[in-house]
Design a protein around this ligand. Sequence first.
Ligand code: FES
Length: 173
Amino acid sequence: MNDELQKKLADAIRDPKNIGEMPDADSVGTVGNSECGEMLRMWVKYKEQDGEKIIDKASFQSFGCETAIAVASLATELIQGKTADQAMELKPEELSGELGPLPPMKIHCAELVQGALRSALSPEDEASRQTEPSTEQTRLSPTLQDSLNEGQAQSGGSLKINFLDEENISENA
Ligand code: FES
């Protein structure tokens, strides 16, 4: 990773925007990458403006991948004021735009953000793509895991994690 990207990442994660659960969210999406074990959850709240339903605010939680946190922070700001359809069209490189080109090994971090965003923006679509949580979750940090377990309990056990894979990403790109 080059020094410039490292510095931009450091700046972005020093003060990440819109981190944390959003209790009054209209929708939520959760995705995981079984290769690196990272998971990302995004919440979205809408509002009506000029007869159009637009994104009022968004927030996220992650297990700690710095690139995913930086991109998610940028993405939650970028999508404010957009319709769900407009936000769904954003590509990983647009979501991570301010960071500049990501190295190949970090591109999936931006794709994870895109997956979580799409999952939150189209929950009905997510339902058809969901898979059962895999054993990969057992390797994850307890903090978000606890939060997810809590969310699962509150939702009557209906919380599902969508693990992205190469096929899934290319289908959704
Ligand atoms: Fe996997 Fe960043 S290293 S999401």
